[in-house]
Design a protein around this ligand. Structure first.
Ligand code: HEM
Length: 397
């Protein structure tokens, strides 16, 4: 009996050692391949290479670091390998303009992972590729037109009053207030009403299901961060059928959207009825802006613009090369499939463009300063055909 047990324990230890050796061999091969590919990239592309295998800083901030490094050497571009995919990082503003605007047909996709079958929520406007994206964008753009803002503002005003009431109640009870949590709930209600004509009641009910599911959606656990990082290697995600969101979250949102569509088709007027009621309620109390209000509004805009210069929501934006592109004045050819990372934060914090970049200075956005600015010096909403679809609404609100 004792002999059999000993044999069993030794057998198990043996298996574990073999697994560890296999893992070590895989890691060595991976690092070697990275090294070899990086070497060939240096030779063929004369680009600066930074190795990001073991990341200590979030994606976006490492691209900022690369941008600063390239800028200090007056380079117009640089690059590195993410897994085995070459990543091109343009630094020169005219080159960025070419990629995002003038030659946007060569970079119509964003680096993203789409798997309609296994991960249905991955097929969205932000991630969609090629013709699917074009179709989505054409359908959704009218809902974000300036005229639609007229229906958006009343929703915001109504929900803002609920928000103020909630804040006052909490303060009157001398209870602590989690500002971010309350604003999250406010945003859920405003977006729910605008996009789905549905009041999710997130402000009213502290622990609403939608709020819970959305926190899962934006979950930043180690596993989730790793999966998000793997988006830069979509083939791996697809091969292992890894979902970017959990099955539970996917099921929740698929069911929610289906129910909303079903309800709206059963009662055709409902979708616009909610908006209509809000618009009517507000339009009677709407006043004309006074001169001082207009002045304070433009000051507010300067504050807003400076805030998203310093803290851009997207520290980088990405493009995937969809057609061969020759980088002007160089021997670099970006082949179909190459990734391009545009360093938004790096540029927003570049002292050449924004002296004392760490200083919060809304004056940078006064009329005279804006007029002489290159379009790629401040672009928190991205640029070109894939720029943020919510841009006009953001500016307005
Ligand atoms: C301050 C708020 C916001 C900022 C700073 C922001 C920023 C951005 C950026 C940088 C991009 C990538 C653009 C590019 O690659 O050129 C983007 C894309 C996008 N944004 Fe926003 N965004 C904001 C709010 C919103 C809102 C409120 C909505 C919707 C209601 C929205 C919907 C989208 C969509 C759908 C895309 C993908 C567009 C496409 O690929 O066609 N964003 N946003």
């Amino acid at each position: 009996m004792k002999v059999r047990l000993k044999f069993y324990v030794e057998y198990k230890i043996g298996i574990i050692i073999i697994i560890i050796i296999i893992i070590i061999i895989i890691i060595i091969i991976f690092i070697y391949l990275q090294y070899v590919s990086i070497q060939s990239y240096i030779q063929t592309h004369e680009a600066t290479i930074v190795m990001f295998i073991f990341r200590e800083i979030p994606l976006g901030f490492d691209v900022t670091a690369l941008y600063n490094d390239l800028k200090s050497r007056s380079a117009k571009y640089g690059g590195y390998y993410s897994f085995l995919t070459p990543v091109f990082v343009p630094v020169d503003l005219d080159l960025i303009k070419k990629i995002l605007i003038s030659n946007s047909d060569c970079f119509i996709d964003r680096v993203s992972y789409v798997d309609e079958q296994n991960d249905p929520l991955s097929v969205n406007l932000l991630h969609a590729h090629g013709e699917t994206w074009k179709r989505f964008r054409a359908k959704i753009s009218p809902s974000f037109s300036n005229s639609k803002i007229k229906t958006f503002l009343p929703i915001m005003m109504t929900k803002s009053r609920d928000l103020i009431r909630l804040i006052e109640e909490t303060v009157n009870k001398s209870e602590p207030l989690n500002v971010k949590e309350v604003l999250d709930r406010y945003t859920i209600d405003v977006i729910g009403l605008y996009t789905c004509a549905t009041d999710f009641g997130a402000l009213k009910y502290k622990d609403s299901e939608i709020k819970h599911q959305l926190s899962e959606f934006f979950n930043t656990s180690v596993i989730n961060s790793l999966i998000r990082f793997l988006i830069t290697a979509p083939k791996i995600l697809k091969y292992f059928k890894i979902m970017t969101l959990t099955k539970k979250v996917t099921k929740f949102f698929m069911t929610l959207v289906n129910e909303i569509i079903k309800n709206q088709s059963q009662n055709e007027s409902r979708g616009t009825a909610v908006l209509d009621i809000l618009v009517k309620a507000e339009s009677s109390s709407r006043e004309k802006f006074t001169r001082s209000e207009i002045v304070s509004y433009s000051t507010l805009q300067h504050f807003f613009s400076e805030t998203i210069r310093k803290y851009p929501l997207a520290t980088i934006t990405t493009r995937e090369c969809t057609k061969t592109f020759h980088v002007p004045d160089s021997n670099i050819i970006l082949e179909k499939g190459a990734h391009v990372y545009i360093p938004i934060r790096g540029i927003h914090w570049d002292p050449e463009y924004f002296p004392n970049p760490e200083k919060f200075n809304p004056e940078r956005f006064s009329k005279e300063h804006i007029s002489e600015r290159h379009p790629c010096m401040w672009f928190p909403f991205g640029l070109g055909p894939r720029r943020c679809v919510g841009k006009s609404r953001n500016i307005c609100s």
